[in-house]
Design a protein around this ligand. Sequence first.
Ligand SMILES: Cc1ncc(COP(=O)(O)O)c(C=O)c1O
Length: 367
Amino acid sequence: MNIHKSGARYSAIVGIGENLRRLVKETGEEYLFLNRGVNAVVPIDLTEVIPLIDFNAPAIQVYPPNSGAPNLKEAVNRVYFHNKTDTDLISVSGGSMSALDQIFTMLDVEKVLLPSFYWGAYANICRIRKMPFDVYHTIEELEKRLPELRNSAVVICDPNNPVGNKLSDDDVLEVVRKLSDNGTVVIYDSPYRRVFYDEDDDMYVKLTELPDVLIVESFSKCVGLSGQRIGFVWSDDPEFIREFNLRILYVHNGVNGFAQQLVYQLLTSEAGRKAVKVFREKTTEDIRKNIEYLRETGILAEEFYKNSEPKGIFAIANKSFDELLEKKIGSVPLDFFTRDNKEKAKKYARLCVSVPHEKVREFFSRF
Ligand SMILES: Cc1ncc(COP(=O)(O)O)c(C=O)c1O
């Protein structure tokens, strides 16, 4: 059969997970899976939330509106934008992967700029959609490259995947403002942020004041529901949102109604808000302790956090994948996340630090 091949590759991280599961089976020993990209301190407890959902309601049983359920969009406006935006500028997505795919397909730009350490899917989506990409090493570098970036889009991921570093919001806003003034599109894709910030966070409100900024948000990490495949996109450009909604319609025929009503309950009901609060408190507490422990033991690769704060859910270890595996710790070699200086990057590994603290102590005390 003649097909169009994309040249994209399956995530090698999946292969690492499969190999670890095989090792567990063969040796009967415990391994610590820090190779994954999800919060695993605790699952979110939905016991008190599920009874609030009416499974007989049309919102669950019938095709959803293509831009998203109105009740969910209003809740998103309140929780993420302090009711300061127009709900028509919010589109519910089937998670950020598909939202980014639509965005990279829709944008009429020369190239997309990714952070030099980037989530591999960005590059694979670019390959599938034939969107050229380049990288930037610091946000200050973006300022120096403004003339070159006039007709480009820049992805900002903060806290970053894979490094787990958090930049100062003021510094990010200053650069986004300069990019926006320059006519550069900014894609603010920071799904790890709201693990650490609650609804008082006004970063999105500040971003909405700047033209040509796209906010891409996901409920995969901040409420631990990556299985539900849901998120949202915000743009100040009604034409962008109209086209985005059209593509949701003709590619997905709307976003899963159950996932939308579940997230609606998490954002609005007492039981839902409590479940999110408990999930975030437990998750961030152990992430904080894990980073502190890696710091105290000299395992955190401090050179990655010079002008930023290690915040998670990932951290970089100054140990290689093989050194960690010897101690039965799963990780991802850092060279998987970059195209510059791969030989140097191989000496480091990305750890998911969103796991129970006692496990991190138990396994890392082997060093
Ligand atoms: C930086 C970044 N953006 C987006 C996503 C995708 O999230 P979703 O589950 O909503 O597709 C991930 C998932 O790992 C990610 O790391």
